[in-house]
Write a protein that binds this ligand. Structure first.
Ligand code: GLN
Length: 481
């Protein structure tokens, strides 16, 4: 077996033909991940014992002739902001360096119930704040395509392990683009489902009204299978949706004739670059497959970055208040007074980006500024959602770039937080509107770096999004143009 190229379908047929057992696959995946990890630092830890137990359970089911599930034997990596019972979960932060959660996130529980094998925890930006994975307290992740470059963030580890082949699929989280941007930078598929499609129970909160858990894979079908396994109502998360979960595989027919695709003009204006050219070639390919292409307008786009960085910092400042040295792991001792203990713990424990967000968020929520910033941003958020609703009155899906540029060099944007924030310009609107969106590989730039195309559909229309992406992929992506 070529472990770096395995797909879920390949594993299913390999297990059926007894070419390998789930345990053999698990051992091979753990060994490969251990050997490759020094190159990228994409795993923070491997969960060997848990993985072997899960793989043995799959083998036992198969031996009894039972259905071992949609993800039977599939090695999965989990972003380290998603809690795993008995397996350290750090959120990329010194504050949680020794935190061992007493429970599993619902998404993890469900993927294991479907036969998935959690082989390790993926590195990420501290508390998922960042666009390059350079904000992890445990060192940056390197992009497997070019080790001098960032893998994107904040789910950089989750994207890198799939690109590198040390996991077949992975879970990431997306608040403002953290699944789609790293997927685009590493040349893999990344999906942000509708807000509420996947339970957030056990996802360590960054900005609760924007946080999503979603899958990465080397092809569209694999991400659809992982999403199907983890999606659906969960009584532990009141914002999780009751909408039934479709069988996504049935939607991927390859037939997208007559599908109406909108190109938001605000996303293409000023994109006179190789990235823009590749996306337009991707659009040509969709046209050849029978899609109708139409220009649409999302006029509130120009305020999206400001709106996002007000709302996410406001929610982050409130969510991160729980790390005070009393609960969880880090506590600065010998502080003298209680207030000093809080201050010292937070001062020592949080990295620079978290501190920046906590200060910004506290400011925009403070008395006297609340109306001017936070309330205003909430109103702008409504305008952004309305723009999408208007567009989906005319078209079935939208196609845009994921990032204005391919993967940048390590250190290139580290001293300029605003430049870093601008990498999120095309991805944050989808999160603000809560609609499903994904990145699908759309060729490579002359530098050899991958470029991702973003597809967005209306709430709960993941099936249509997968159909379009899979038809594009099946027909050779940009090469079909
Ligand atoms: N890069 C964005 C930020 O730093 C998005 C992060 C995310 O989606 N978790 O906020």
């Amino acid at each position: 077996m070529d472990i770096a190229k395995l797909t879920i379908d390949g594993i299913r047929s390999g297990l059926k033909a007894k070419a390998f057992s789930a345990r053999e696959l698990c051992d091979a995946a753990l060994a490969f991940a251990g050997a490759e990890n020094p190159k990228t630092n994409a795993y923070l830890m491997l969960s060997e014992a848990r993985a072997r137990a899960a793989a043995d359970a799959v083998d036992a089911k198969l031996a009894r002739g039972e259905d071992a599930g949609l993800l039977a034997g599939v090695p999965v990596a989990v972003k380290d902001v998603i809690v795993t019972k008995g397996v350290r979960t750090t959120c990329g932060s010194r504050l949680l360096e020794k935190f061992v959660p007493p429970y599993d996130a619902t998404a993890v529980e469900r993927l294991e119930a479907a036969g998935g094998v959690v082989i390790g925890k993926a590195n990420c930006d501290e508390f998922a704040m960042g666009s390059s994975n350079e904000n992890s307290a445990f060192g940056p992740v390197r992009n497997p395509v070019d080790l001098e470059r960032v893998p994107g963030g904040s789910s950089g580890g989750s994207a890198a392990v799939v690109a590198q082949g040390t996991a077949v699929v992975s879970l990431g989280s997306d608040t403002g683009g953290s699944i789609r941007q790293p997927a685009s930078f590493c040349g893999v598929v990344g999906v942000t489902p509708t807000y509420g499609r996947v339970s957030r129970y056990g996802l360590v909160a960054f900005a609760s009204s924007l946080d999503h858990i979603g899958p990465f894979g080397r092809n569209v079908r694999d991400t659809a299978a992982l999403l199907e396994a983890i999606a659906g109502r969960d009584e532990m998360d009141a914002t999780s949706a009751f909408a039934p979960v479709p069988r996504y595989a049935e939607a991927m027919t390859g037939d997208v004739r007559g599908m109406k695709i909108g190109l938001p003009k605000e996303y293409f204006a000023g994109l006179a670059s190789e990235t823009g050219d590749l996306i337009l070639r991707g659009v040509e390919a969709l046209k050849k497959l029978g899609c109708e292409i139409k220009e649409v307008s999302l006029p509130a786009t120009e305020w999206a970055i400001s709106c996002y960085y007000i709302i996410c910092t406001a929610e982050a400042s409130s969510n991160l208040a729980r790390y005070d040295g009393v609960k969880y792991t880090l506590r600065s001792e010998d502080s003298g007074t209680l207030a000093a203990m809080y201050r010292n713990t937070r001062g020592d424990g949080f990295g620079a980006e978290c501190k920046r967000r906590i200060m910004l968020g506290t400011y925009v929520l403070s008395h006297g500024y609340y109306d001017a910033y936070y309330l205003k941003a909430q109103r702008v958020r409504t305008l952004i959602s309305r723009d999408f609703q208007n567009a989906f009155g005319e078209v079935d899906a939208l196609v845009t770039p994921v990032s204005p540029f391919p993967a940048f060099k390590l250190g290139e944007k580290l001293d300029d937080p605003l430049a870093m924030y601008l990498s999120d310009i095309y991805t944050i609107t989808g999160d603000l509107a809560g609609i499903p969106c994904m990145s699908v590989p759309c060729g490579t730039a002359s530098s050899g770096l991958p470029v991702g195309m973003q597809i967005l559909t209306n709430h709960f229309q993941e099936a249509a999004m997968f159909r379009l992406a899979e038809a594009f992929e099946r027909n050779g992506g940009v090469d079909a143009a």
